[in-house]
Design a protein around this ligand. Structure first.
Ligand SMILES: O=C(O)COP(=O)(O)O
Ligand SMILES: [Mg+2]
Length: 235
């Protein structure tokens, strides 16, 4: 996922009484860039615009579907009126929900990480900016629905990350507290969300988002889900 190593001597700043772990979805548990690029490129094609491609799309993901589309149109040099943007967004969501390429896969070690944490008695949640319906569709497709005791996707609360509300909502639904919870994410949006909500964060520098994050900014020296399992789940 990344070739970054933890800075020498980086210590884990973990709550001693860890009760809950909340995961981000795109770029953290699931490698979904190709599927997202496919949805964006289909929309762009309907406007006779060239495709954005996977690498450019990766940089646009992390702040919800609306900003993803806005960034995709902007990089194609297109400015729509607010009404035309709403029509394009409705079509984008339609593609996203009904014409998915189904190419997203779990990152290596994702299932083992969830299993190991559950075995440790840690309760698991999911907090993503991905719209709620495709989030639930994707969880079902990957056979992950039952793993999470609380799931909040884009539109499930009045705010999106980096506002702390979605993450605090998951923590509350898990019956946990921010001080005893860990958020696992991949983007600067996730870092800001965790800080605003008062949670420790494990930041996996897998590369989605406008401004990539570095492992030095993480509270835990874990570059991958496998590293995270090694840190949190005793062998
Ligand atoms: O849809 C997005 O923008 C990103 O979703 P994420 O919050 O799971 O990274
Ligand atoms: Mg993400």
């Amino acid at each position: 996922m990344t070739d970054q190593a933890a800075p020498a001597g980086q210590a884990a700043k973990l709550p001693s009484n860890l009760a809950a772990v909340v995961f981000d979805l795109d770029g953290t548990l699931v490698d979904s860039a190709a599927e997202l690029a496919d949805a964006l490129d289909r929309l762009l094609a309907e406007y006779d615009l060239p495709p954005a491609g996977v690498e450019a799309t990766k940089r646009m993901v992390g702040d919800g579907a609306r900003l993803l589309l806005g960034r995709g149109l902007q990089q194609a040099g297109v400015v729509l009126t607010p009404a035309d943007f709403e029509a394009a967004f409705a079509r984008f969501i339609d593609i996203y929900e009904n014409e998915l390429s189904n190419s997203s896969t779990l990152y290596p070690g994702a299932r083992a990480c969830l299993d190991g944490l559950a075995r440790r008695g840690i309760t698991l949640g999911l907090c993503t900016n991905k719209p709620a319906r495709p989030t639930r569709q994707l969880l079902a497709r990957l056979d992950l629905t039952d793993r999470f005791s609380a799931v909040v996707g884009g539109g499930d609360t009045a705010e999106l990350k980096p506002h702390p509300l979605p993450l605090l909502t998951v923590v509350e639904r898990l019956g946990a507290r921010p001080e005893t919870s860990l958020y696992v994410g991949d983007s600067r949006t996730d870092l800001e969300t965790a800080r605003a909500a008062g949670l420790t964060i494990a930041l996996l520098p897998s590369g989605y988002g406008m401004q990539p994050v570095t492992l030095a900014e993480s509270d835990l020296p874990a570059a991958t889900l496998e590293d995270l399992t090694a840190l949190l789940v005793p062998a």
